[in-house]
Design a protein around this ligand. Structure first.
Ligand code: BGP
Length: 468
């Protein structure tokens, strides 16, 4: 018999500020890197998104009806500090006061991400994360959040998917185009973000001894393309560079040897001082949050062996072949199905990932993203029959339950996303929510909210504490 979900398990759902709020320049908000980025033709921008900024009361009421125990959202740094630092915008603070009060009034536990991709543009103009001064600016912003909201917020996340910002630096990161030796600069940015995170964790523990804080990387288990030892070695390398580099720094304050050697051989080593390493060691997370969508499969790139050029999932941006010891190339996995956007669907990989993280770090875990992006259709009577999403989530929840049965201390699950919002690169057409938001890419319609079939399903999952 599989163990039930623990009492007080935090069933939740997630969003991020720039993807859901809209009101991109209202009430004193400064622009972020997202507001300045150019996106593909044909998809919407981030000016209105789901208009949550003006409709949050209605949305939180729906979350309460859904039965959420926790709601994960992010604070837009440039609402609080329009220039990144300097003047504090009281209207921005007041908005998050109202939002958090509303969440708490419904008995939902707020889970707050300090920084989810939307670096204030004014900081980016001063070098962004390439500039060591941004570390201190982030610490100040974090202090403001802890001091203002810490009376109501117990769970904090530092930085969303820092590893993806580095691994896909040209797309989602904060690297100005044309930066010379871009990869080295990305690893320097990574080091600075790690310092910012460590300082935020130290500060959180000082100011809010009851609160808990942790990192929120995207972690995927990594499979070897075959049982050939070189392929297994390649998978081991990729795990070290894609996953453990970030968590080893966050938890233990050290660079793992494989990742360090990789950066050294490629000429990517960040400048690091002993004093900084001491700060990294002093900053300790209380838990690890992780986002999981799919696994990754890699192999060795042996001389004379050409791999087929079909687009590879999860590893596509890594052109790291050719160095002794740290070589790997992405391969496809014939054992897995894919979603409408080509992403692999791998529920068992979810269980493996949870076990791996727990075994490696021995800290409580919470899942802060997992979900299925799909083109939903609004049918007659404003119904959305998203059985495919229910299937995806059910399979992943089953594997989570097995992971708990395996002994993993997992205390929450927050699928992406609470309601429909704008995907980072694929517009509003790629939907993840339990609640449909009535708009198209360029036609805002009435932005009405409709409960999808998955809403009623997840409501039952939560009500029965996981017996879905
Ligand atoms: C994660 C991000 C989210 C969200 C999600 C879905 O990487 O933290 O912000 O965007 O992925 O990705 P996408 O919108 O590209 O489908």
């Amino acid at each position: 018999v599989v163990k039930p979900f623990p009492d007080h398990f935090l069933w939740g759902a997630s969003t991020s500020a720039y993807q859901v709020e809209g009101a991109w320049n209202e009430e004193g908000k400064g622009p972020s890197v997202i507001d300045k980025a150019s996106f593909h033709d044909g998809i919407t921008d981030f000016t209105v998104t789901s208009d949550h900024y003006h409709r949050f009361q209605q949305d939180i009421k729906l979350f309460a009806e859904l039965g959420l125990k926790t709601y994960r959202f992010s604070i837009a740094w440039s609402r609080l500090y329009p220039q990144g630092d300097g003047r504090l915008n009281e209207q921005g603070l007041a908005f998050y006061d109202r939002l958090i009060d509303e969440i708490c009034r419904h008995g939902i536990e707020p889970l707050v991400t300090l920084y989810h991709f939307d670096l204030p543009w004014a900081l980016q103009e001063k070098g962004g994360w390439s500039n060591l001064a941004t570390v201190t600016v982030f610490e100040r912003y974090a202090r403001t959040c802890f001091e203002r909201f810490g009376d109501r917020v117990k769970y904090w996340l530092t930085i969303n998917e820092q590893n993806i910002m580095i691994l896909k630096g040209e797309i989602i990161g904060t690297l100005p185009p044309g930066t010379p030796n871009a990869q080295q600069m990305l690893y320097q940015q990574n080091h600075h973000m790690m310092l910012a995170q460590a300082k935020a964790m130290i500060l959180c523990h000082q100011l809010l001894p009851e609160a808990k804080i942790g990192p929120a990387p995207n972690i995927s288990c990594v499979y070897a393309a075959s049982a050939r030892p070189e392929d297994v070695l390649a998978a081991n390398n990729f795990s070290a560079i894609r996953n453990w580099l970030y968590l080893d720094l966050a938890v233990h304050g050290r660079y793992n040897a494989v990742a360090w050697r990789f950066m050294e051989e490629k000429g990517y080593l960040p400048a690091v001082t002993e004093q900084e390493m001491a700060i990294l060691r002093a900053g300790k997370p209380d838990f690890i949050a992780f986002n999981y969508y799919a696994s990754a499969t890699v192999g060795a790139d042996l001389p004379g062996e050409a791999r087929e050029g079909e687009e590879v999932q999860q590893v596509e941006d890594q052109q790291l072949a050719g160095i002794d010891r740290t070589v790997y190339v992405g391969t496809n996995n014939p054992h897995l199905g894919r979603n409408q956007f080509g992403w692999y669907i791998d529920p068992v990989g979810f269980r493996i990932t949870a076990r791996e993280i727990y075994e490696r770090y021995n800290l409580p875990l919470i899942v802060t993203e997992n979900g299925l992006g799909a083109f939903d259709t609004l049918e007659a009577g404003n119904k959305v029959y998203d059985d495919y999403r229910i299937d995806y989530l059910r399979q992943h929840i089953e594997q989570l339950q097995l992971a708990i049965d395996d002994g993993v201390a997992l205390f929450g699950y927050c699928p992406w996303s609470a309601l429909d919002l704008v995907s980072t690169h694929q517009g509003i057409g790629k939907r993840y929510g339990f609640i449909y938001v009535n708009r198209d890419e360029h036609d805002l319609k009435d932005l009405a909210r409709y409960r999808k079939k998955s809403f009623f399903w997840y409501q039952r999952v939560i009500a029965s504490n996981g017996a879905n």
